[in-house]
Design a protein around this ligand. Structure first.
Ligand code: HEM
Length: 497
């Protein structure tokens, strides 16, 4: 046995040497690469990020040691970007294009979207530009129609208020109702279906949201970044893949239904019709595979983010009852008792708008998001080779004590000036910026304003008498979610529902 070991030892040492050399070459792809923990072959710097279940928190902690721009070794080197100047350099400066690509973890992409189709995960390419430009203009087209998005959203908000009235006086978890409202706001325009009457679509949305939670789990982190963990996590991966097959088959069957009823000479009924018409014109760029991913990005991008933000909004309101009362009073003065709030009221209700900005700041549901270098470039003076993954820490920016005094305090008036007018801070970048900016920023703001102001105008929300104050600590997921909580709501005397 000893002889065998003696014989093998030099080979083992050479192998370790080669692996280590390879690792260092990969870990530090160029000199002047951003600093960071060195890590070890096979697991890289994974141990540095598993100390906390929230990546954004670890990202902020490590920046105290390595500076605002530093690197970690996950499956590839990833540059973590903190602080306004560096984030601004990635998103908005004339370097914006240098970081306009996106690369999510290799294994996640291989599981779901190996061709990187659609809007969110696509590389910066001519095809992606065509898809995004087209999707924006098709959605705008619906926005300009007779009732526009405000009309569609107002109808859904009224349905929400009716449902809420039926639930008044007993403790309720309103998550499903809020998610349903947000999903309904987009489902008609995008897929032409009515959320309330379409059980298959409801199941689809529930699966999408469950998928978001699964993606935030530690097993997924390991699966993505630690190759030797993959054989042990085959079930996790298979489970996600099965979900994905069900999600895409739902979308494929809805697209197929559209294909049989679509009439090119008639006005498009929804986004899918617009896309089918475009496919006939430019089949090289617009095709069914792309459409499936575009739909998934629009439905997932709009539902998970906006509904989680609304759920956080209610949570902040039941904890900060003085703010809730102030918002209600402002709405009563501006809107009165004979109608519900509408978008014209937004400019006249600065405290309500400031409250929503504070909710967006504190909850930052898209807490980190990926970008990728399209070319050899620099960032904060460091060299960044083409193809480097970059992760923006938006939660860190929204909680930076140098930009936001007493950052954890819920304090809407920080968004108002001496005259009580809303001041939009350049440090609020929760929709991203530049070429890859969120496609639904204005829609999400409209949806949030109409839902939130209508709920505050019509109901008083409280915690159930014996309930403990729920934690504001978010649940890790693809987009952060609040912990489950219950509220009691009471309709005001002037109720219009
Ligand atoms: C509170 C609500 C929302 C938040 C916080 C949010 C946040 C974000 C963020 C941070 C990004 C990445 C931006 C970047 O890389 O610069 C993004 C991208 C995206 N969002 Fe949103 N989003 C919200 C609502 C929506 C809605 C309503 C839609 C649908 C209309 C949507 C569709 C998308 C799409 C398609 C992308 C990919 C854009 C691209 O890669 O070019 N989002 N969102």
């Amino acid at each position: 046995m000893d002889d065998v070991l003696q014989f093998l030892l030099p080979f083992i040492l050479v192998l370790i040497g080669i692996l280590t050399l390879q690792y260092y070459k990969q870990r530090w792809p160029v000199s002047n690469f951003p600093p960071g923990p060195t890590g070890v072959p096979i697991i890289g710097t994974l141990l540095s990020i598993t100390s906390d279940k929230h990546l954004h928190r670890t990202a902020s902690k490590l920046s105290q040691r390595y500076g605002n721009v530093y690197s970690l070794m996950l499956d590839t080197p990833v540059v973590i970007v903190n602080g306004f100047d560096a984030i601004n350099e990635v998103l908005q400066s004339n370097k914006g294009l240098d970081f306009a690509s996106r690369r999510e973890p290799r294994y996640m992409i291989q599981l779901f979207n190996p061709k990187k189709l659609g809007l969110f995960s696509a590389d910066f390419s001519a095809t992606w530009q065509h898809q995004k430009r087209f999707a924006l203009s098709a959605l705008r087209g619906f926005g300009f129609r007779k009732s526009g998005f405000e009309g569609i959203f107002t109808e859904r908000v009224q349905a929400l208020l009716k449902n809420l009235k039926d639930l008044a006086e007993a403790p309720q978890d309103l998550s499903a109702l809020l998610t349903g409202t947000v999903a309904s706001c987009m489902s008609n325009t995008i897929l032409g279906c009515q959320y309330d009457d379409d059980e298959e679509f409801q199941l689809f949305i529930r699966r999408v949201l469950k998928g978001s939670l699964k993606l935030g789990k530690i097993q997924m982190l390991l699966y993505n970044f630690v190759p030797f963990s993959r054989p042990f996590l085959k079930r996790t991966a298979q489970d996600l893949k099965d979900d994905w097959v069900l999600l895409s088959s739902f979308l494929t069957s809805r697209i197929a239904e559209h294909q049989t009823t679509f009439r090119s000479e008639e006005e498009p009924r929804d986004f899918v019709d617009c896309y089918l018409a475009k496919m006939a014109e430019e089949p090289d760029i617009f095709n069914l595979e792309e459409l499936t991913f575009v739909l998934l990005d629009l439905l997932f991008g709009s539902t998970d983010t906006t509904s989680n933000t609304l759920r956080f909004a209610l949570l902040y309101m039941v904890i900060n009852t003085d703010v809730q009362e102030h918002v209600h009073q402002e709405l009563m003065e501006v809107v009165g008792t004979s109608r519900l709030p509408c978008m014209e009221d937004r400019d006249k209700t600065p405290y309500t708008v400031a409250t929503l900005l504070e909710i967006l700041r504190l909850s930052s549901v898209a807490s980190t998001f990926p970008r990728c270098a399209t070319t050899d470039t620099t960032l904060a003076g460091y060299s960044i080779p083409k193809g480097t993954n970059v992760l923006i820490n938006i939660m860190g920016l929204s909680h930076d004590p140098e930009l936001w005094p007493d950052p954890e305090r819920f304090h809407p008036t920080r968004h108002l000036n001496d005259k009580g007018e809303v001041v939009k801070s350049p440090y609020l970048l929760h929709f991203g910026a530049g070429r890859r900016v969120c496609m639904g920023e204005s829609l999400a703001k409209m949806e949030l304003f109409l839902c939130f102001s209508s709920m505050m105008h019509q109901f008083k929300f409280e915690l159930p008498p014996d309930a403990e104050t729920p934690s504001l600590e978010p649940v890790p997921a693809f987009n952060l979610a609040p912990v489950p909580y219950q509220v009691i709501l009471k309709a005001y005397d002037h109720s219009l529902i």
